[in-house]
Design a protein around this ligand. Structure first.
Ligand code: NCD
Ligand code: ZN
Length: 367
């Protein structure tokens, strides 16, 4: 008999849906991979830099507006969608207080300025440490989602054998952040290094992190051998030692800190004349990829004990942290090849990661 098991519907707690004509199709892919909801990142164009539609803060998109667009695109399937506020030079403590009091603001996102796709509106971390924004988050119980990479580094420090942008951020910035705001709820987004994992493990229980499928599956050699640009995302995939630490963290039986967040990022144009857009698309196939990654990490998914470990990571830790409702529906993952297809939207195409890596996906969702 084909190995199979049942999981509850789950929440993808770090994803990108954009704001344009790709939104309905990418939300639909999330519905098809049995998501009950998502945390949709605010690096849209324009960015989600205000809470209420009526707020007069330049020409930003509002949380109210973007959230209702995503809920509508899900056709009523999504029970909850969290849209974090993009922390910009215009963010004030008053916006945080008002948004939190109204129950609209649940999270904020820190982007290192110019550090990744859509990060040009980010402002340096120190600004928010000093201007009362982080204090307001701490007091209101709003979560700070952190893209933990140091910005503005030269090439030798950005990615080298001795150090890289994420390691520098977790060594030099995070301890100060946690010490200065001891009750601040923090999520280290898309963790990629052993340094990051070790930091999260030692931090207080309200400091957690999410991990993408690609960072559990691949190393930088996978990206470079053949220049597999569909695997180019930020933070970059790292070394074997880092992947081993991520795998150990995600698959520990006593894991209470590491949860699923795909960082699925739809790009209709991956390559440009002089570069490559950062982001891997894993809509429609993330539970399958996580199952594959957990097997690569040595978890036996034919056994209940192994299935429970995956369920804890995929369905429980993040949902409880964000206090999201427990979905009633379940779905079945079975060990049989998934038919992965490019996502076509009009004359545009988005390539899901397994196609970009020219590899098979051994798990599928039973339809
Ligand atoms: C994301 C995107 O394309 O929106 N890209 C990525 O490489 N992960 C932005 C981000 O989260 O860095
Ligand atoms: Zn992201």
């Amino acid at each position: 008999m084909t190995p199979q098991f049942t999981l509850p519907h789950w929440y993808d707690l770090h994803t990108h849906f954009r704001q344009d004509e790709t939104l309905p199709a990418t939300v639909k892919d999330h519905v098809s991979m049995q998501c009950a909801g998502a945390l949709a990142m605010p690096n849209t164009a324009p960015p989600v830099g205000k809470v209420f539609e009526a707020d007069e803060v330049s020409s930003y998109k509002s949380i109210e507006q973007y959230r209702s667009e995503i809920l509508a695109a899900s056709g009523g399937v999504f029970k909850e969608v969290i849209v974090p506020l993009y922390l910009t030079q215009d963010t004030t403590p008053e916006m945080i207080e008002k948004g939190a009091a109204a129950g609209v603001l649940k999270a904020c996102k820190y982007y290192p300025p110019h550090g990744t796709t859509g990060a040009e509106f980010g402002a340096p971390l120190d600004r928010f440490m000093e201007n009362g924004v982080f204090r307001a988050l701490e007091q209101a119980g709003v979560t700070l989602c952190i893209h933990g990479e140091e910005h503005g580094l030269g090439p030798e420090r950005y990615f080298d054998r001795a150090e890289n942008a994420e390691e520098i951020f977790y060594r030099d910035r995070m301890p100060r952040l946690v010490d200065s705001f001891p009750d601040l709820r923090i999520v280290g987004e898309h963790l990629t290094t052993k340094v990051g994992v070790d930091f999260i493990l030692e931090a207080p229980s309200h400091v957690k992190a999410n991990i993408t499928p690609q960072h559990l599956m691949y190393t930088v050699g996978s990206l470079l051998n053949g220049l597999k640009y569909h695997l180019y995302c930020l933070p970059l995939v790292k070394y074997d030692e880092d992947r081993a630490a991520l795998r150990a963290a995600a698959t520990a039986t006593n894991n209470t800190k590491f949860f699923a967040g795909t960082d699925s990022a739809p790009h209709t144009k991956k390559t440009t004349p002089c570069g490559c857009a950062a982001g891997c698309y894993t809509g429609g196939i993330a539970p399958q990829l996580y199952a594959q990654a957990f097997e690569m990490a040595g978890i036996d998914l034919s056994q209940k004990a192994g299935q429970d470990i995956l369920e804890n990571f995929l369905c429980t830790i993040g949902r409880e942290y964000y206090d999201l409702p427990m979905p009633e529906q379940t779905f079945i993952l079975e060990r049989s090849a998934e038919d992965v297809q490019p996502l076509k939207i009009g004359d545009q195409t988005i390539i899901p990661l397994p196609l970009g890596m020219e590899c098979e996906l051994p798990w599928r969702i039973r339809r």
